[in-house]
Design a protein around this ligand. Sequence first.
Ligand code: ATP
Length: 400
Amino acid sequence: MAKKTVDDIQVTGKRVLVRCDFNVPMKDGKITNDKRIVAALPTIQKLIKDGGKVILCSHLGKPKNGPEEKFSLAPVAVRLSELLGQKVVFANDDNVVGENAKAAVAAMKDGDVVLLQNTRFRKEETKNEEAFSKDLASLADAYVDDAFGSCHRAHCSTEGVTKYTSPNVAGYLIGKELSIMGKALENADRPFVAVLGGAKIEDKLNVINNLLEKVDTLIIGGGMAFTFLKAKGYEVGKSLLDESKIDYCKDMMAKAAEKGVKLLLPIDTVCAAGFPDPIDGPVDTTVVDSDKIPADKEGLDIGPKSRELFAEAVKSAKTVVWNGPMGVFENPTLAQGTLAVAQAMADSEAVTIIGGGDSAAAVEQMGLGDKMTHISTGGGASLEFLEGKTLPGVACLDEK
Ligand code: ATP
């Protein structure tokens, strides 16, 4: 169901609480990458232009026991102010909605911007307790959620607050995530190819199951492929294996056959004597066919024939969704498989969607970010979306 966005509401003269994702990397009190702040600008600028009183909130890091200076959002206020070219008042209350926040909001004129302190300074935040949700709502006439990376969590600032605010709408960032990923899952241009990788099959059981309902081709690489190879009856040596999921993999292969979905597994594998230590240290490798992995070797990347096979499938697609690396991409010798998928996606005319996390980092590292249609801003949230789960921070927004 389509959700209302900032384009559907009138904000002139209204106090608008905006949940942003300002969870930026910091070192010694300095922001080391301001991408997330930059990504929030379109929604904030739209609300300023329309004469709203723009009250921003976000979490930063994982403060365990309430307020901690190193998790203060003060540096974000400074950077945001530079990017917007206007003053951003930082309301520095340890309890987030305290005397400073109330006074700052009371003094706001249309188009002004106030940033509240880290929402996780309040212990109620992650427990979604009423008191903090009500405090946040007391500052606002309308609520905008633009923090996709947090919307799979029902917290006060992502879900609880909406019980006491109206209207509740999506910002441009979430709007884009929902429309692009939603279309891929519900009404994809075909062929629709999904590429899954990463270490553990356990994390992606539901994603595999749900995607088999939607895609034309499912490609599985990375550490999780070996449990599938074992389920096919191959020996996998010292490679990652989840014995408890072998039957599940057999079920998924049967489901793929029944649904007419092409399930592609690595046909060859880059092996080494063991996992590199350190992870990016030198490693001696050999390439073997996937049904001939020696007992004393560990598979750490997809081989050249698999790269070609997977790249061909990606190139012939109209929609591609990718989550999880094809090998131990942190090591340059073992990054070829991940690189090949990233390059094939970059070269393709298809709608290309990267599901956040490691795959997004790999794509950015390779300088291919601007060649993709969409890189999700939320690893965990995008995985839950691909699983077909309801995201609490989205479900609570008003429908069109
Ligand atoms: P994403 O972040 O894109 O959602 P992910 O983080 O869910 O992916 P993980 O399950 O965390 O994926 O797996 C990522 C890790 O998997 C990487 O650190 C990578 O080194 C490791 N990995 C990939 N292939 C193998 C393999 N063949 N053997 C062991 N580890 C692997």
